[in-house]
Design a protein around this ligand. Structure first.
Ligand SMILES: Nc1nc2c(ncn2[C@@H]2O[C@H](COP(=O)(O)OP(=O)(O)OP(=O)(O)O)[C@@H](O)[C@H]2O)c(=O)[nH]1
Ligand SMILES: [Mg+2]
Ligand SMILES: [Zn+2]
Length: 301
């Protein structure tokens, strides 16, 4: 039997066990994985075996340059592969969680991806001050914050997307898809069609989709998230994930310091002196505890 022809492509949408692949020659194929266990994510570079017209089988996954995923003790979820920048979208309304921002930042830093925060719905100006208050600590850490209205001024984001594959992440209703539609001509039709059929007209994204922007830039819209489990990260990756803590690791009096209440803990001292945020240190310790619990569970004791 002759082998079916093969094409190279990129996974532009991942829904369940089906994948939409854009081939290098510009065809769009609906694909299923060859293997039982589905390992692919939006943004993956793949080799596809062509079957029927418009259909293919995912035969091979090319090495990833980055992978954004989240995991708790029970489930792992791939968000996107090969992105170079995480764009965390928050808004003046509905309210947003600074813990979720820190967790997204931790995941981005762990993969050495660039990170940026968008404060959307700036047109709802009476809510701006409260949002600024929550975002101030992140601005102090050096994360760029772009304030805009996706409906009236999405272009403010475009310069930050240049030369990047950016993934929009954040809670539901923050305006990720509105932003996508404003930046990608023609994107709206595709997303609206699916959301109306699945969710009676509500603009809720149910799977990640990658769009081409000008030049080499690409944008990935993703479903809203309520939690960002980091159970998959190694202890070293979690430490790397809190950028302002990096100078303090290795400076504690005891080499095996757990940074809890030990005397001479450089991190606890920095927190009580105000050099780092006690809230972020608390979250770091919490993520580390969750992570240890998950690994104990996996080992079965
Ligand atoms: N006032 C105002 N409303 C906006 C703006 N951007 C988005 N919205 C509204 O916010 C709501 C949610 O927007 P979406 O783009 O669907 O939010 P999302 O982040 O994609 O949500 P999920 O797909 O559920 O994660 C919609 O009703 C939008 O019209 C804005 O700049 N100003
Ligand atoms: Mg959406
Ligand atoms: Zn310590």
């Amino acid at each position: 039997m002759t082998q079916p022809p093969r094409e190279q492509g990129v996974v532009v949408a991942a829904f369940g066990r089906q994948y939409e692949v854009r081939t290098l020659v510009g065809d769009t194929l609906l694909c299923v994985p060859r293997a039982k266990r589905s390992i692919y994510a939006c943004g993956d570079e793949v080799e596809v075996g062509l079957t029927d017209a418009g259909h293919g089988v995912l035969e091979k996954l090319h090495p990833r340059r980055s992978l954004l995923h989240r995991a708790d003790a029970f489930r792992e979820k791939l968000i996107a592969a090969n992105a170079t920048q995480v764009v965390i979208v928050v808004a003046t309304e509905p309210s947003f969680s600074d813990e979720l921002i820190s967790r997204c930042l931790c995941a981005a830093e762990a993969q050495d991806m660039a990170a940026l925060i968008v404060l959307n719905k700036a047109d709802l100006s009476d809510r701006l001050e409260a949002a600024h208050h929550i975002l101030a600590p992140f601005r102090d850490l050096g994360y760029p914050i772009v304030e805009l209205s996706a409906q009236a001024g999405a272009e403010a984001l475009r310069p930050h997307l240049e030369e990047h594959t950016s993934i929009l992440v954040g809670q539901s209703g923050m305006g990720k898809s509105t932003l996508t539609n404003a930046l990608v001509p023609g994107a709206g039709a595709a997303t609206r069609e699916i959301s109306t059929s699945l969710d009676s007209g509500k603009h809720t994204t149910t799977f990640a989709r990658l769009y081409a922007l000008d030049g080499y830039s690409r944008l990935i819209d993703s479903p809203g998230l309520q939690a960002f489990g980091l159970a998959h990260l190694t202890p070293a990756a979690i430490e790397h994930g809190f950028r302002e803590f990096r100078p303090y690791f290795g400076q504690c009096r005891f080499r095996d310091c757990q940074h809890l209440a030990e005397p001479g803990c450089a991190l606890q001292e920095a927190a009580s002196g105000g050099a780092i945020s006690a809230r972020r240190l608390g979250l770091f310790l919490q993520i580390r505890t969750e992570n240890e619990a998950t690994r104990r569970l996996a080992r079965g004791h």
